[in-house]
Design a protein around this ligand. Structure first.
Ligand code: SF4
Ligand code: SF4
Length: 606
């Protein structure tokens, strides 16, 4: 398409979109996208630019028609305007053409000057932000804090953010998608990821403005002092301008000192603690803004520097420190889950193909222990060569890291990496997406480089290879699958669990939830929220309601936290006897024959 045609058509499209935006803001009035003076000025300026384009070209074409010419095909929309104006003499069209041209230029230049002060600043910020976006598969790229350097533990003030995080704040288009998809916001918490991004920018602008005023006042003091020296002013006979400037500076310094830290001040503590680190905001952001990273960095500051850790989390951190699990159950009970299964430990069976990473929920939570035992049955049925770390395993530190306790996380990471390296682990399999994420993405920062596989990936592979042949269930009705945020959005695995569910669903009846896949709705447990109180409407109840409305009688999960949260949700809604919450390993284990234990337990070679 020739450039002129594209410009003419695009101008019409833009004008239509602006009209729709005006109608939406003034009539539909979504509460996250309000009508403001700023929005009015911007929409008015864009609409005027398009209209003046048509005005100029419309009159130009009218004059062209008046001179006996034909409609120019390269300006289809302006051609319609020209035809509507009717053929006219060049002298008649001159005023319209001139007005269209100069108005267009005037509005454009005014708009460009207004741009840096308006929310339309994203026109300048979005493109560089997209160009410099995080392209790694470690999408939540948390930097390892140097704990020896006590000048920066997390982010307390805007200056401590990286340049990229600050650029993020200039890229926001205020589309509100992040907030619309946020489970914390959806359940009435004091967290809007869009507002959070803006608050960081407002904090920066206010602080910079205050600093500018202080710098200017210092310059006033210098020049007043010079004038005072040159004109015989003394301490007893002071120069009034100098005194006034000094007083202004003292007031500005007092104002600066009185300002609270950004973290815990403008950005409230409850805002930061409400986040489940589900990543839904980041996933939908058209300009690749990373909200969860900023939230965790600010949590680090609350925990490590300001000592403002909520009580429940203090208990959780203590439990991890003392017993190596967030529940504080005696570390000596870590292998109780395996009673009667004769599961090989790394001491019994060295150099296995897989280390089965059990995880704290898998080892200590009574509901999840059933899931872990099912996993052992599945691995044995497929003849997978594995061993567990037994009492050498301890919490990965995921709840500590996502809740800002980097110090505790680093201690856990170092200990686990040492254990895994000593076990010469090459492949690690886990049914917990939080452990998966930490082992796969965080541990390389500590020298732990393993191939980490989620159990859904291994099981679906084994089914594909016909090493597992689960029978489709004969009863139980329709099934659905609830996406785990840490398996799906953060680690890109959406298909493997679905393949397993399809393989075992009765008559293959699988219903997709409305909020699924990349737009799945969190269970509410991530980011340490599993161990925190939740007041008001709860994220897991909200998700349970959606599952109930789907009509499914079984909801498959692929994460122990999702399992616990949804089981609780079903109980709260009195649906626990009608809707089963089952891990995919349990679904498979329930539909394969039992394997004689003696045939499959691997023993240390004599
Ligand atoms: S990570 Fe999830 S809970 Fe946190 S702000 Fe984003 S959407 Fe909300
Ligand atoms: S999704 Fe991204 S661009 Fe849209 S409001 Fe949120 S942060 Fe801004």
């Amino acid at each position: 398409m020739p450039l002129y045609v594209a410009i003419d058509v695009m101008n019409a499209v833009v004008l239509t979109m602006v009209l729709w935006a005006i109608i939406r803001r003034t009539l539909v009035r979504p509460h996250l996208i309000p009508w403001t003076l700023d929005a009015g000025l911007i929409l008015g300026a864009i609409a005027s630019l398009m209209l003046t384009h048509f005005l100029f070209h419309g009159y130009e074409i009218a004059a062209h028609l008046g001179a006996g010419g034909a409609l120019p095909p390269e300006l289809p929309v302006s051609g319609l305007v020209g035809r509507a104006l009717g053929p006219m003499a060049e002298s008649q069209a001159a005023f319209g053409k001139t007005a269209g041209y100069w108005l267009h230029i005037l509005i454009l230049l005014t708009f460009l000057n207004y741009l840096p002060y308006s929310k339309h600043i994203h026109l300048l910020g979005a493109l560089p932000n997209i160009a410099t976006r995080n392209r790694s598969d470690r999408k939540m790229d948390l930097p390892k804090i140097n704990l020896e350097d006590d000048t920066q533990w997390g982010v307390g003030n805007y200056q401590q953010f990286s340049w990229k995080s600050l650029l993020d704040t200039y890229a926001c288009t205020e589309c509100a998608r992040c907030t619309n998809y946020c489970p914390a916001y959806a359940t009435g918490k004091n967290l809007s990821p869009m507002q959070l991004v803006h608050d960081i920018r407002y904090e920066m602008l206010d602080r910079v403005a205050l600093q500018d005023r202080m710098d200017e006042t210092k310059r006033d003091i210098e020049s007043a002092a010079q004038y005072a020296a040159e004109h015989d002013f003394t301490e007893d006979h002071p120069y009034p301008e100098l005194l006034a400037a000094r007083a202004r500076l003292a007031a500005l310094e007092a104002e600066s000192t009185a300002l609270p830290k950004m973290t815990g001040g403008r950005i409230a503590e409850d805002t930061l603690w409400a986040c489940t680190t589900c990543g839904a905001c980041q996933e939908v952001c058209p300009v690749f803004i990373e909200h969860p990273l900023k939230i965790i960095q600010m949590r680090q500051n609350l925990v490590l520097e300001q000592e403002k850790t909520p009580g429940e989390l203090q208990r959780t951190f203590r439990n991890i420190e003392r017993q190596g699990n967030p529940w504080g159950i005696g570390a000596d009970q870590r292998m109780d889950w395996a009673e009667g299964l004769e599961v090989p430990t790394i001491e019994d069976h060295q150099d296995p193909e897989y280390i089965l990473w059990v995880g704290c929920a898998g080892a200590f939570d009574s509901r999840i222990i059933k899931q872990t035992r099912a996993m052992v049955k599945v691995l044995r049925a497929a003849g997978v060569d594995f061993a567990v770390l037994g009492h050498q395993e301890t919490c990965t530190g995921d709840p500590a890291r996502r809740s800002g306790n980097e110090m505790l996380f680093q201690a856990m990471a170092e200990q686990n990496v040492e254990t895994l390296n000593a076990a010469k682990a090459k492949k690690v399999i886990t049914s917990c997406p939080h452990c998966l994420h930490t082992l796969r993405h965080d541990y390389p920062q500590f020298g732990g480089n393993f191939e980490v596989v989620h159990h859904t990936q291994l099981i679906s592979h084994l089914i594909e290879q016909k090493k597992l042949r689960p029978e489709p269930a004969t009863d139980g009705g329709a099934m659905t699958y609830h996406d785990s945020c840490y398996l799906g959005r953060w680690n890109g695995e959406f298909e493997a669990p679905r393949a397993i569910v399809s393989a075992v669903a009765a008559q293959g009846e699988v219903k997709e939830l409305t909020r699924s896949g990349r737009h799945g709705f969190c269970c509410g447990a991530g980011g340490g929220r599993m161990f925190m109180e939740e007041h008001g409407d709860r994220v897991n109840f909200n998700r349970a309601d959606e599952i109930i409305a789907s009509g499914a009688q079984t909801v498959a999960v692929a994460c122990p936290f999702c399992n616990i949260m949804l089981t609780d949700g079903m109980k709260q809604r009195n649906m626990d006897e009608k809707i089963a919450v089952l891990d995919v390993a349990e679904l498979v284990a329930n539909n394969i024959p039992d394997v004689p234990l003696s045939a499959l337990v691997r023993r240390k070679p004599a």
